[in-house]
Design a protein around this ligand. Structure first.
Ligand code: BT5
Length: 265
């Protein structure tokens, strides 16, 4: 049985460097699928590609351990875990209070009124090494009480529309919602998560967007959203009509001003 860090599992600690690091330590110490850790304050929260996650007090910082069965189940659909998590959070919040009508900005942002209210950072380990028990740490940052100023995109927070909300009432419904979505991925496969995603997607099929993939200095490409691909990647069409697959790891995407239907003959 795991013994170290036992106090930090399935509980809210006062302060953490990064709850994703805490959850990774719990994973390495043998804690089971579904173990979670949360913190009231986070010192060095991170986003994708080493970006910073501004962690203001009163917001949610939560990481959940997902263990991937080697042969079947989640192992086959792990690339869908970020979207399954986003779907679970958006649905949980909407059912909590209809004013919290979050949308999912593919691949990992939670939008409230077209501003970023939350983000998801999934970090995998041992994926290529079945014998070493692969797992994914699902990190969730949700601005409940406050949004940072001065970040390079518009940010907002949940209490802006639901002033009575407390971070403590959100935590467990989100943990159970995410674990249920992971069960669904394992049992029913990605298609049912994809259907749930479509209802919550900020970018619908035909929406004009522009994206930049790969190195930071590269040009951004205009085009239109098509649909999700088999691994949860976003299929987009450039203006020459060529379909491109965008993967979550290295892409930035934003809305353009018009819809495809308005600008195409
Ligand atoms: C994310 O990355 O959106 C994933 C954030 C995950 C944070 C959680 S907190 C618990 C766990 N422990 C961690 O250390 N991390 C996870 P990305 O898509 O790379 O977005 C980062 C970008 O979002 C930044 O470059 C800013 O533009 C913006 N940003 C930073 N902090 C923000 C905030 N609090 N609210 C809204 N936008 C923010």
């Amino acid at each position: 049985m795991p013994s170290i860090h036992a106090q930090a599992a399935n509980t809210v600690v006062e302060v953490s460097e990064s709850t994703n690091d805490d959850a990774r330590r719990l994973a390495e110490a043998g804690f089971p699928h579904g173990t979670w850790v949360s913190a009231r304050r986070q010192i060095s929260g991170r986003g994708r590609l080493g970006r910073k996650w501004e962690s203001l007090e009163g917001n949610l910082f939560l990481s959940i351990l997902a263990r991937l069965p080697a042969e079947a189940g989640l192992g086959k659909v792990w690339s869908w875990i970020p979207l399954a998590t986003a779907v679970a959070i958006a649905e949980t919040l909407r059912s909590f209070d209809p004013r919290l009508d979050l949308e999912i900005k593919w691949p990992n942002d939670l939008w409230l009124k077209r501003a970023k209210a939350g983000g998801i950072l999934c970090e995998a380990a041992n994926l290529g090494a079945v014998a070493q028990s692969p797992y994914v740490v699902i990190g969730i940052g949700l601005n409940c009480a406050a949004a940072p100023e001065g970040v390079d995109q518009e940010a907002t927070f949940l209490r802006a529309v639901a002033p009575q909300l407390s971070v403590d009432e959100l935590r467990m419904p989100i943990v159970s919602g995410v674990l249920d979505a992971l069960d669904e991925l394992q049992i029913k496969g990605a298609s049912s998560i994809a259907r749930r995603y479509e209802k919550l997607a900020a970018f619908k099929s035909g929406d004009a967007v522009s994206w930049r993939a790969g190195s930071a200095g590269s040009e951004s490409t205009p085009g239109f959203v098509e649909k999700l691909g088999p691994d949860g990647e976003l299929l987009v069409k450039d203006l020459a009509g060529a379909t491109r697959a965008l993967y979550a790891e290295d892409v930035k995407i934003r809305a353009a001003r018009s819809k495809a239907s308005e600008s195409l003959p």
